[in-house]
Design a protein around this ligand. Structure first.
Ligand code: GTP
Ligand code: MN
Ligand code: MN
Length: 404
């Protein structure tokens, strides 16, 4: 029994961008529960609920010690009735009944499996579920028409659902740097996304490319992609053109959260181990049956044959010398680089909170391209992230502390 006097009360700022959120989380039992409900809400297109759970989870991530009693949470922002109920359940019972029943539900399982396919969002998954498709086998059997991204996603399903390591991110970084050096000398590549925040794994690898001379970056993406393609590094790519400069009178005010940089969603073919440096991954690609089926493997019965086939598949998988990795490439002009780096470093909630802070507290509009001061009616130029935080009246938070 803990008396109230013994329980320290936390004091925490209400916007995630005012807080320092590192990767060491003292309340993962609570944040896991809240994040799962956030994810479930997002998968069901309930964005408001999703954000509410994300904010509650982010707040718990920022607490300096483990929460052991509800009384410690008194006066904290971001915790709605629903989130408090979930937290109480976990503190008292070890698990939240709502989380457990969600995890077990047929719909949640199907949404997870189907949106695990690259190119499949919540809306598509929902439509398939309404047609009775709950898993990959049923999807394959259904004869649904898949677009190019989805076909690729299905083909590389296992690889793309396996977390990317920092070592793999670095290996891909070297390849991207090589590509960029080959097509335009002086170009710079910056690692963004979760890996820039110090995460050890990620669902993809994010890069931002620029050139110190304004304008030189125009047309860079197709050249980089062509080089990567010629070297056999791409299993899939879709490039979308920059639409930012196409508006009539310079940078228009951000109409939505979507940015308009030249961007490439891709799937890399990353050679494993020593071969990583090879510029010709194609050559070592074919796995011959003789390399895998050893002479001592002789099947006498059906059961043995089945075993043998299973062994073969397992060995083949473990011998596979390349794997598919999702990579996002973005090209930014140097004049927007600081905003682009800030916007692509994340976390997603940290970004959302920065924009909310800018709008609600500063009457400014922040995007990955620019910061506009609505009071002074002008753009605020910046060449570093530090300057942008300063304009926003926020203490500078380094990437490793943006893990909200
Ligand atoms: P993992 O990849 O799962 O490790 O996490 P992550 O934080 O790297 O997430 P993700 O790769 O999805 O996104 C990286 C950052 O890019 C996040 O801050 C996103 O908000 C941002 N981002 C992703 N897509 C867009 C987009 O279309 N426009 C803009 N401006 N930002 C985006
Ligand atoms: Mn990422
Ligand atoms: Mn990404």
């Amino acid at each position: 029994q803990i008396s109230e006097a013994e329980v320290a009360l936390f004091s925490v700022s209400s916007y995630a961008c005012q807080r320092r959120t590192t990767l060491d989380n003292h309340n993962s039992n609570l944040t896991d529960a809240l994040s799962l409900l956030a994810e479930n809400a997002e998968l069901n297109n309930e964005d408001g609920r999703g954000v509410a759970f994300r904010r509650a989870a982010a707040l718990m991530k920022a607490l300096p010690t483990q929460v052991i009693s509800m009384s410690q949470l008194r006066g904290l922002p971001c915790l709605g009735e629903h989130s408090l109920r979930v937290i109480k359940d976990v503190l008292e019972n070890g698990v939240s009944s709502e989380v457990e029943s969600t995890k077990q539900s047929k719909r949640y399982k199907a949404l997870k499996i189907l949106t695990g396919i690259f190119g499949v969002g919540a809306k598509t998954a929902d439509r398939w579920i309404r047609e009775g498709i709950y898993n990959l086998e049923q999807l394959r059997d259904s004869g649904q028409t898949l677009n190019r991204a989805q076909k690729s996603g299905l083909e590389h399903y296992d690889d793309l659902n396996e977390p990317v390591t920092k070592a793999e991110a670095d290996a891909i970084g070297e390849i991207v740097q090589k590509a960029v050096d080959s097509v335009l000398t002086g170009s710079q590549v910056a690692l963004t996304g979760g890996f820039r925040r110090g995460k050890l794994t990620g669902h993809d690898v994010d890069f931002l490319i620029t050139h110190p001379e304004e304008g030189k970056e125009v047309g860079l993406m197709p050249k980089v992609v062509a080089w990567l393609e010629s070297q056999g590094f791409l299993l899939y790519q879709k490039t979308t053109r920059n639409s930012y400069l196409e508006s009539k009178d310079g940078p228009a005010r951000p109409a939505s959260n979507m940015d308009r940089f030249e961007r490439c969603f891709s799937i890399f073919k990353l050679t494993k181990g020593k071969e990583q440096e090879s510029t010709q991954p194609e050559e070592q690609n074919d796995l011959k049956t003789k390399d895998v089926l050893r002479p001592h493997m002789q099947a006498d019965t059906d059961q043995q044959l089945c075993e043998l086939s299973k062994n073969y598949q397992m060995e083949a998988a473990s011998h596979k010398i390349w794997r598919a990795v999702r990579v996002d490439l973005v090209v930014s002009p140097i004049s927007q680089f600081a905003f682009a780096v800030l916007g692509w470093t994340g976390s997603k909630l940290f970004e959302r909170e920065l924009r909310r802070w800018a709008g609600h507290e500063k009457n400014m509009s922040l995007s990955s391209h620019a910061l506009f001061d609505n009071t002074q009616n002008k753009y605020l130029r910046a060449t570093s992230e530090e300057e942008i935080f300063a304009y926003l009246g926020l203490e500078y938070i380094p990437p490793s502390e943006r893990n909200a």
